[in-house]
Design a protein around this ligand. Sequence first.
Ligand code: UN1
Length: 517
Amino acid sequence: MAETQAYTAISEALKALGIEAQNPGTSTGSKSMNGGSLLDSVSPVDGSHIASVTQTTPQEYEQVVQTAQEAFKVWRLMPAPQRGEVVRQFNEELRRLKEPLGKLVSYEMGKSYQEGLGEVQEMIDICDFAVGLSRQLHGLTMHSERPGHRMYEQYHPLGIVGIISAFNFPVAVWSWNTALAWVCGDVCIWKPSEKTPLTGIACQKIAARVFAKNKLPEGISCLINGDYKVGELMTQDERVPLISATGSTRMGKQVAQTVGARLGKSLLELGGNNAIIVTPDSDLKMTVIGAVFGAVGTAGQRCTSTRRLIIHESIYDKVKNALVDAYGQLRIGNPLDEKNHVGPLIDTDAVKNYQKALEKVVEEGGKLIVEGGVLEGEGYESGCYVKPAIAEAENHFEIVQHETFAPVLYLMKYSGDVDNAIALQNGVRQGLSSAIMTNNLREAERFLSVAGSDCGIANVNIGTSGAEIGGAFGGEKETGGGRESGSDAWKVYMRRQTNTINYTTELPLAQGIKFDL
Ligand code: UN1
């Protein structure tokens, strides 16, 4: 293993998280499993090989499902507020381990340390939310049309929830699912991204410790590792009633078809192509901060990243110049060094996609106004560091219609009123996040109205990324339609049952039907 400077910085964190640097193995609960081929965790920060992880074999998967099924029998009987208490304890561990876990996220995935900490904070927030929720899994009561009858609905857990998560939010998205699923009484099987297996193992260890301390079965939280083939074992499995998958639209279509073919439920969180509309009434300073953080934060690898800026022609040059200035001040480098704004892309394949996008936009008639390029030399040896780029482009360009997971921002003009900007904003296949920068009430309300943004998230005077956990998170169209995290997203993790109770000595039928014997 290459003992680089960054690796040394992370070794303390690995120790605090209880991970041996080499070959930490795959585990269901605390049991390690062997036999599968190895998956390498390589840091995009400095190219270090951090560890190798065993891939889950079909036989091992079978054991995992059985362990989860057994655990469900116990967990579902525990009153929801007591399950909330276990989630509270898990949250205490997250608070204690926020720094090492944030560091590992930053090192294994490449986002800035601040964003790594932010990601763990997002886990803490959703656990807080879930603890409160554990006393509020409300159903409705309704009036029966029949005398002496009572009618209500209640929510029961589904069983096993399969979670497929992406590299860009390697831990937070898992926790959005697990924290809610656990208080709902479900057990979880998690397949983290094959690009970030180590953060998965770290979280699994934290959870396993908390369940063991409470003398609860280890199968409440299970981990499987591997590529899409391991994911397919879950998506095809009728014993897994809900699959929650985060990733590309291509992957989501596969998951939806496979899960749909067995009439399972899927919760999909797929690609975005998020725009900010910048109107003549916008505040320039706020616009620049919102747009730059949205476009270069997490090196443009959020599903909520800002990909397009739709700027009114009357202020176009002013906004463009301010952005070019701001991009000139960006510091790109080791994300563990807090001076840097932008870390590396996840791997060299992502770098190739970034390069292709820049070539393509020019080919289609666009113009690069901040050129971009791959960084080389000291500190950039991993080959994953790129310069955030800005291109003037048109909405109908194929490359603009496509989500490129990299810091490439497309600028385009609109003229006339805000409806023209809204048409451009909605004129893509994805529908995750959107924003408008304006101090004009009419424009803001129009953007939020039924004739406005068609996205799952629509913000005013805020960028497209950085949603809080309290709202439902997700989007429409090719983004997949799922909602995770806050609001009433918990309902997808439960099955609803309508109960009607007759406390009379008669058996009247609904709809007034007569049936006498
Ligand atoms: C993602 O990119 O998959 O709203 C999730 C945000 C974060 C979550 C992003 N809270 O940008």
